[in-house]
Ligand binder design. Structure first.
Ligand code: CTP
Ligand code: MG
Length: 235
């Protein structure tokens, strides 16, 4: 029987956040941001283990007590220069430690998406566990899209948003396919796991998620995530 594992790439610096502290450690509801994703993933009944991929130079992780998650949490200090490198290094390290099998499902989830709910996570697993390829949480694009023509920020034209979706995480693929895809993708610029799988000619499934599962990227996103989590804790 294939098992389900989560892998959280958390080796980024958060350049767009503009804070000296990598954004995954910024305080969100009195916890470092990454705590929230770890908590949702570790509490999930289907998930057998959660790998967190840190930068080798990480000096923050050890400042917190993670013992409540010790049954499932495995720290891998092998992050790379890009997100794809961090995911691939984490997958390779987990295999070297005999923690995963080739056929197991891997759910890659950004440390910077703290508002993932167990409902969304269960939905993703239920919809994809019998799928040939795998897929990802995503939401249809709601806004009108403008193509910018030049450096003066003038509109060249309006893009159709028909059939356009915004990719989120978790992105769920079997170990072997994902590893093969990321290894093959080293020369192309993939910004998510599905992109690497697509480059092999596969068509990952889009599983309808919700807008709450946005990625905290800019300072204002942090305040929004805090409001969402506070509201959930005090409905
Ligand atoms: N990530 C990673 N290794 C990298 C780059 C990113 O593990 N070399 C992780 C981030 O820590 C984050 C996730 O990938 O959890 C999504 O990336 P992003 O939101 O772009 O985070 P950063 O790269 O840290 O932010 P920025 O692009 O603004 O620098
Ligand atoms: Mg980045």
């Amino acid at each position: 029987m294939s098992k389900f594992f989560a892998l959280i790439p958390a080796a980024g610096s958060g350049a767009r956040m503009g804070n000296e502290l990598p954004k995954q450690y910024l305080a969100l509801n009195s916890r470092p941001m990454i705590y929230h994703a770890i908590c949702t993933l570790c509490q999930n009944q289907f998930i057998a283990g959660v790998f967190v991929v840190l930068a080798p130079s990480d000096g923050e992780w050890h400042k917190y007590d993670w013992s409540e998650f010790s049954e499932k949490l495995v720290v891998l200090s092998c992050g790379g220069l890009t997100r794809a490198d961090s995911v691939l290094n984490g997958l390779t390290a987990a295999k070297q430690k005999n923690l995963v099998d080739s056929n197991d499902w891997i759910l890659v989830h950004d440390a910077a998406r703290p508002c993932l709910t167990s409902i969304q996570l269960d939905k993703l697993i239920n919809e994809l566990s019998i799928d040939e390829v795998g897929g990802l949480l995503a939401v249809p694009v709601a806004d009108t899209l403008k193509r910018c023509s030049n450096t003066e920020n003038r509109v060249a034209h309006t893009e159709s948003r028909e059939n356009l979706w915004q990719a989120q995480t978790p992105q769920m693929f079997r170990y072997d396919l994902l590893t093969h895809a990321l290894r093959s993708a080293t020369s192309i610029n993939v910004t998510d796991d599905a992109g690497a799988v697509e480059a092999l000619g596969f068509h990952p499934k889009l599983v309808l998620g919700d807008a709450y599962n946005f990625k905290v990227t800019y300072p204002q996103d942090l305040a929004l995530a805090e409001l969402i989590i506070q509201k959930r804790n005090n409905p």
